[in-house]
Design a protein around this ligand. Structure first.
Ligand code: ZN
Length: 247
């Protein structure tokens, strides 16, 4: 393939621009914020599940308390009614009176037992409530951590994307003047050779693969016409001869 030496040199400019674009894409992919966001998301999800479970437990305990308080009320009402009957003097027979007093006694015992149950449930409810409060605070914190990481990522994205836009415009102006066949070869080689399609010949080396040419190889390269598109024998990249190539 033939191409004007100036166009071959432009290929090196294009290569520098493409390498810069590759770097920017790599930077965009490997921002530390990606891992941070992933971790913050996992923490956030786990905490959300814990809050839901703690709230459910609090709900259960609250219902348990209501039920236990109703039990106490029932016993208290019955005891009050019995006491009223006793105080009214309406119960005449000693046997009935004894039964009534006995019932009042067992109701008092029952009420005291039920009140202990209520206290025990209230204690559990308090620790349930504390857990909900604590987990909710942690969840809120994890939301903030996640949001901050996302904001930092988006700021980095914006900065990278703005530079990508600028570099792409530069690429346009360089690429537009390079002959189509040369550009096509460069593009194909760039895809095959890990992003580098054209390399400078400098200090006896191909700057693409760093292979050092022998004197005979260099002499052969030197004999090639200036508009011949030379390829590196080692990596097959386009080997661009510049003013400082020494050939
Ligand atoms: Zn090479």
């Amino acid at each position: 393939m033939n191409a004007a030496p100036a166009d071959q040199i432009r290929l090196l400019d294009l290569q520098a621009i493409d390498s810069r674009l590759d770097q920017l894409a790599h930077r965009r992919r490997s921002l530390p914020e990606h891992a941070e966001i992933e971790k913050a998301n996992a923490d956030h999800t786990a905490l959300k599940d814990l809050v839901v479970a703690a709230q459910a437990q609090l709900g259960d305990t609250t219902r348990e308390l209501t039920k236990a308080e109703q039990d106490v009320d029932q016993v208290r009402t019955r005891a009050a009614r019995n006491q009223q009957r006793l105080d009214s003097g309406a119960v005449g027979s000693p046997r009935d009176l004894e039964n009534l007093q006995h019932e009042i006694g067992s109701l008092a015992k029952r009420q005291s037992d039920l009140e202990d149950v209520v206290l025990e449930i209230m204690e559990r409810m308090e620790s349930s409530q504390t857990r909900v409060t604590e987990l909710t605070a942690r969840l809120d914190h994890s939301t903030v951590v996640l949001k901050e990481a996302e904001q930092r990522r988006d700021a980095a994205f914006a900065e990278i994307d703005a530079e990508v836009e600028k570099v792409k415009r530069d690429r346009e102006t360089v690429a537009v003047v390079i002959p189509a066949d040369l550009l096509k070869l460069y593009t194909r080689l760039r895809e095959q050779q890990g992003g580098v399609g054209a390399a400078r010949l400098y200090q006896r080396r191909c700057e693409g693969c760093r292979v050092e040419f022998s004197t005979a190889d260099l002499a052969a390269i030197k004999r090639e016409p200036k508009d011949e598109v030379v390829r590196c024998e080692n990596c097959s990249r386009i080997l661009v001869r510049t003013a400082d190539s020494g050939v």
